[in-house]
Write a protein that binds this ligand. Structure first.
Ligand SMILES: C[S@@+](CC[C@H](N)C(=O)[O-])C[C@H]1O[C@@H](n2cnc3c(N)ncnc32)[C@H](O)[C@@H]1O
Length: 276
């Protein structure tokens, strides 16, 4: 007999999949949190039970979107290089347009909630590929996070083979140095890219944000999913105050915003522009 939908027993196949296929074993309270989050995501997608998700999504495609969803929901610091790639194409277009309009003025970009640094370094790599040297020298990239542990990794700029799995061979050759000796198997970001990013410790729920207030582009992706609705509203208001007129706010593709502050215009489901 099938277990009752959404029960502890029904969730069992997910626990086993997490442990055996993804290598994640969560503490009990984190597991409870994951169960609740996953249930709400799956219900909104029309699934009737955890077992259905396991049998129809995880089992036939163990590296597909179901696995990605499980990783995202179970690890708060999860990130990757060039995650949601269309956002980096958008970034290049906007920065190029600004530099054309005002070639000698700085262009400021912020990765708010940058985790272990993959997001701001991806911004830097994308811009290094697209811009001439004098254009790149005008770009300032800021990365901030709540987690000091993550910021330490970010500032160290050394990644594992697993971290760079989705990075193209051409980018690996151009932007990473292969570790030698005791660092064998590691990938260090080249100084040209590493030095473009300034890191700051910053709690987006606090009122003090030690960063500029005239950013051209702010990425705040996959951070507000851990906030309550009220906190999310306050966050969007504050972020828009840190954008210059016509600046852009980029959120994660899967984030649902309860409302859009009056200062922002929706450009696409995850991209907003501050009124000019
Ligand atoms: C899932 S990661 C997203 C990383 C990156 N933005 C991305 O999309 O790949 C979420 C990050 O938000 C950070 N974060 C969560 N709450 C925060 C807060 N109140 N202030 C600043 N950062 C926060 C976490 O420490 C974590 O590193």
């Amino acid at each position: 007999m099938d277990p009752e939908p959404w029960s502890e027993k029904d969730f069992g196949s997910i626990v086993v999949f997490l442990r055996n296929q993804i290598g994640i074993s969560l503490e009990l309270h984190r597991m409870g949190l994951l169960q609740a989050r996953l249930r709400s995501r799956l219900q909104s997608k029309g699934f009737g039970s955890f077992a259905q998700f396991h049998d129809q999504v995880l089992k036939p495609d163990p590296t597909g979107w179901g696995t990605q969803l499980l990783i995202d929901l179970s690890t708060v610091n999860h990130t990757s290089f060039f995650r949601e790639p269309a956002h980096f194409t958008f970034l290049i277009e906007q920065v190029s347009a600004w530099l054309k309009e005002a070639p000698t003025s700085p262009v400021r970009i912020w990765s708010a909630g940058c985790s272990s640094g993959q997001e701001p370094y991806s911004m830097a790599m994308a811009l290094a590929e697209a811009l001439p040297h004098h254009g790149l020298s005008k770009v300032e990239i800021w990365g901030s996070d709540l987690s000091l542990e993550m910021l330490k990794v970010a500032a160290g700029a050394i990644y594992t083979t697993r971290d760079v799995q989705g990075v193209s061979p051409a980018r690996l050759r151009r932007f990473f140095l292969l570790g030698r000796g005791p660092r064998e198997g590691s990938f260090r970001i080249v100084p040209e890219i590493r030095d473009l990013v300034k890191f700051r410790h910053l709690d987006l729920r606090n009122s003090i944000w030690p960063v500029p207030t005239d950013f051209h582009v702010v990425f705040c992706r996959n951070v507000s999913i851990y906030f309550s609705d009220d906190e999310r509203l306050a966050l969007l208001d504050r972020l828009s105050q840190h954008l210059r007129p016509n600046g852009w706010l980029v959120m994660g593709n899967g984030e649902i915003l309860p409302y859009v502050p009056s200062m922002l215009r929706k450009h696409s489901p995850s991209i907003f522009q501050k009124e000019g």
